[in-house]
Design a protein around this ligand. Structure first.
Ligand code: SF4
Ligand code: SF4
Length: 348
């Protein structure tokens, strides 16, 4: 597979040099039949990993509004409803609202399995519809690059992190560039990531402060849709040379970083079958835990995790053992990485 299949078409003329970069198929994170969320007890059972609110850059919002592709009809309605309600609506992007950010902080303060279903469901993305994304064609950086487990383990994750940073850099620069082109005073443009809290346009309950909202939007107030569409027009017409010029050294560094991490990703693909090193032993430690030991190396894990790791016996496919983990609510990705590094898990 190559990045052309992942990166939204909108960018294909802006940074064509990334499109041929190859990566191994992500066979563990099978998003259409989401593996991680297949167990009912999983807090993310009803939401997949879309318990997330994207920061949808101004030109992406415009693209959704302009594009007549039917697959965007529902997304378009959702975006229009957000603009009408003025919730999270800024000239930079559509951002999560103040109450959303508060709920997200509560989520982050709890361990994964302690997060109540209701809390996670209250964080469901406004563009999510029964397992599908209604704005897929114009999804933002994280929605392009997130995999709960990578077939390349930490090397795969490192690669996607760099692709994510590149897209984020592109989104931020392009949205600011569009604002400048539309006459926004440069001295008023924030160059860091923004949320609604930066402009005091909503209170803690999410009630919009009309005065501050008007102040933020200036002459564009009431014409937000038009503004977003114009931002899209600017980005749509942009030449690759302009993109190169406005993204400069940042882009060059990230481009090289993607290529570097891609090499590691390709070298560290999980074998189709793994097995425990024949001299590996499991030793009882404290109650509820076991140590997986090979010579001087040992890794202490909960008993259930130990049982799943025993599934790597050369007979079960690697993807099957991961799935086994998901069935009992465990993501073994990091542990597998560690056991491979220590030579405890080897190719079968
Ligand atoms: S990345 Fe993982 S959690 Fe998200 S949809 Fe894909 S399989 Fe499910
Ligand atoms: S924009 Fe789409 S992919 Fe991203 S979180 Fe929302 S529904 Fe999921």
């Amino acid at each position: 597979m190559n990045l052309k299949s992942k990166i939204p078409v909108l960018y294909h003329t802006l940074f064509p040099e990334l499109l041929d970069i190859e990566f191994p198929a992500e066979e563990i994170a099978t998003c259409d039949s989401c593996t991680l969320c297949s167990a009912k007890q999983n807090p993310y059972f009803n939401t997949k990993c879309c318990a997330y609110h994207p920061h949808l850059s101004n030109y992406l919002v415009g693209a959704i509004l302009v594009d007549e592709d039917e697959s965007l009809d529902s997304g378009k309605e959702r975006v229009r409803a957000q603009i009408k309600a003025k919730i999270g609506i800024t000239p930079y992007c559509i951002t999560p609202s103040v109450p959303y950010i508060r709920r997200e902080k509560i989520k982050d303060s709890k361990g994964f399995w302690d997060r109540p279903h209701e809390l996670i469901e209250s964080l469901l993305c406004p563009y999510y519809n029964i397992g599908h994304c209604t704005i897929w064609k114009y999804r933002e950086n994280l929605c392009v690059t997130h995999f709960c487990s990578s077939i390349g383990g930490s090397s795969g994750k490192a690669f996607w992190k760099k692709v994510n940073k590149y897209l984020k850099m592109a989104e931020t620069t392009l949205s600011q560039y569009a604002m400048v082109q539309l006459g926004w005073p440069p001295s008023k443009i924030k160059t860091e990531k923004v949320t609604t809290a930066d402009f005091n346009i909503e209170d803690e309950q999410g009630i919009v402060n009309d005065l501050n909202y008007k102040k933020l939007w200036g002459e564009w107030v009431g014409r937000e849709e038009e503004f977003y569409k114009k931002c899209y027009e600017i980005v749509r017409k942009m030449e690759a040379s302009t993109f190169k010029q406005i993204t400069g050294l940042n882009r060059e560094i990230l481009d090289l970083a993607i290529r570097d991490t891609q090499k590691n990703f390709t070298l560290n693909i999980l074998p189709e079958y793994l097995k425990l090193h024949p001299e590996t032993v499991f030793m009882a430690t404290k109650e509820g835990y076991t140590s997986i030991v090979l010579g001087e190396f040992s890794v202490e894990v909960p008993l259930m995790m130990g049982s799943i790791i025993r599934g790597f016996n050369g007979n079960h496919k690697t993807t099957e053992v991961f799935r086994l983990g998901y069935n009992v609510l465990i993501n073994i990705s990091e542990l597998v990485d560690e056991l491979r590094t220590k030579g405890i898990l080897i190719q079968a």
